[in-house]
Write a protein that binds this ligand. Structure first.
Ligand code: 5AD
Ligand code: SF4
Length: 441
């Protein structure tokens, strides 16, 4: 029998991108399914979903609405919802008439059985959390056309229970993967022509593995990855400020192929709010970590996540956030407004008492401040030369390429004879708030 065709749409974070690759591998290795590039030709459609904010879930409901027409035209197509929303809502998703498969982040090894059940009109839901699943021994199939930059997950889940966050409930307890398996995956990427790998986890710097009484920490893993793959760039995300040790910062400084970029979500500049968030650090601790990074790696860029309007946030807390942003001079920030998530500590025990218009007003102030800071940060790069890893054709001009610096800034420059995957030295001549513009030298 010819294999059936499947299509996966991925929403949310990079962890989901990596997970979609795991699911694709499981489907394709079975010999029963083959990946296809357009949704119209698919016999099986999976939406890998995100629950981090209410808006993320709205998007999926909207997408399911627009897939109704496709299901009407082809009633045999199987539509499944996987990922965090599947975990959170479970069989309630089957109330939507076009959904017939539901699988949580720890249940992808069961996906073929679930699809078979759905094909036989039986209930196909598995959202059983696992304490051990890390999808070891599954070398992921790469879905995206890029063969320059890939992902390897090093931990799954999260133990931090920040009071606003749904992740510990949807992705379960934190588990680290065996360092030798991680290394094998990186080497596999390298042998397939990849030039960069991003080590992924909700909280990468709490990575921990114990081997015959030997401790293996995040910095040991960074060292193992960097030493064994000197021709590859190593990135990692996301780091938690409470676990950002001097040893890790020193390891980043020691290896030229470990990228000089740290994504360090601060969430708020107010120690009172950080305590309510259960972030386990205060404003001073965060500032001390930034100082340590600047001291040990002067050329390092720092980016962050922040959100406005957490429970009880007052104008003075918001002003502390703005003042911290100014002090830290983040090269880039992802900014949000608080969205209450059912089942979290905050939803159960705190009051979502900041009015929507105040959350929005504060968010806009944060965005406008960060826009100025990002532009200033980019302007300070004019005249400098950076090694850029070429990733693709620039979106605006097809005679230009784009790539990233070690600091993770996007650079565009004339194509000339360069190819994707080339390392090119580019001198920066101009910039916008989001992009550096230069010429190869
Ligand atoms: N509301 C708003 N933003 C949130 N984040 C996580 N949970 C919420 C929430 N309930 C943000 C945090 C986190 C990023 C991935 O999403 O800033 O770092
Ligand atoms: Fe959520 Fe906090 Fe874990 Fe990040 S560290 S995933 S914000 S609980």
């Amino acid at each position: 029998m010819n294999p059936k065709k499947f299509f996966i749409e991925t929403y949310g974070c990079q962890m989901n991108v990596a997970d979609s690759e795991v699911v694709a591998t499981i489907l394709q290795n079975s010999g029963k399914y083959i990946y296809c590039k357009t949704i119209e030709e698919a016999d099986l459609i999976l939406l890998n979903t995100c629950s981090i904010r209410e808006k993320a879930e709205h998007r999926i409901w909207g997408r399911l609405d627009n897939l109704k027409g496709l299901k009407r035209n082809n009633s045999s197509v199987i539509i499944g919802v996987i990922g965090c929303m599947a975990e959170r809502l479970g069989d309630k998703l089957l109330d939507n008439e076009i959904v017939s498969v539901v699988a949580g982040p720890d249940n992808y090894r069961d996906i073929l059985r679930l699809i078979d059940l759905a094909c036989n009109n039986q209930k196909a839901v598995n959202t059983e959390p696992s304490l051990t699943e890390t999808y070891d021994k599954i070398i992921p199939l790469r879905l995206d056309d890029s063969t320059v930059s890939g992902f390897v997950s090093i931990t799954r889940g999260c133990n931090n229970f920040c009071t606003y966050c749904i992740v510990p409930y949807t992705r379960g307890r934190e588990r680290s993967r065996n360092p030798q398996d991680i290394l094998k995956e990186i080497i596999h990427l390298k042998e397939s022509g990849f030039k960069e790998v991003t080590l992924l986890g909700q909280n990468v710097n709490s990575y921990y593995w114990k081997n015959d009484n030997e401790d293996f920490n995040f910095y040991d893993l960074l060292e193992l990855a960097a030493k064994n793959n000197p021709e590859m760039r190593i990135r990692f995300t996301t780091s938690h400020p409470k676990d950002m040790s001097d040893e890790t910062i020193k390891t980043i400084a020691k290896y030229s192929n470990i990228c000089k970029h740290i994504h360090l979500p601060v969430q708020s500049g107010s120690s009172r709010i950080l305590k309510l968030m259960n972030r386990k650090y205060d404003r001073e601790w965060y500032m001390d970590r930034i100082n340590a990074i600047h001291e040990i790696i002067p050329e390092c860029s720092i980016t962050t996540d922040i959100f406005s309007g957490f429970c009880t946030e007052k104008q003075e807390d918001h002003e502390e956030t703005l003042s911290l942003m100014k002090w830290a001079n983040f090269d880039m920030a992802y900014m949000f407004k608080y969205s209450e998530r059912p089942g979290t500590y905050a939803a159960k025990n705190l009051t979502d008492d900041v009015p929507e218009e105040v959350k929005l007003q504060r968010l806009q102030e944060m965005i406008s401040l960060q826009n100025d800071i990002s532009l200033k940060s980019n302007r300070s790069d004019i005249g400098k030369t950076f090694e850029v890893l070429t990733e693709g054709i620039s979106k605006k001009k097809n005679n230009e390429l784009f790539g990233r610096t070690s600091q993770n800034k996007v650079v565009v420059f004339p194509k000339l004879n360069f190819k994707f995957g080339d390392f090119v030295n580019v001198k920066i001549e101009d910039c916008t708030q989001t992009t550096l513009i230069g010429k190869s030298v």
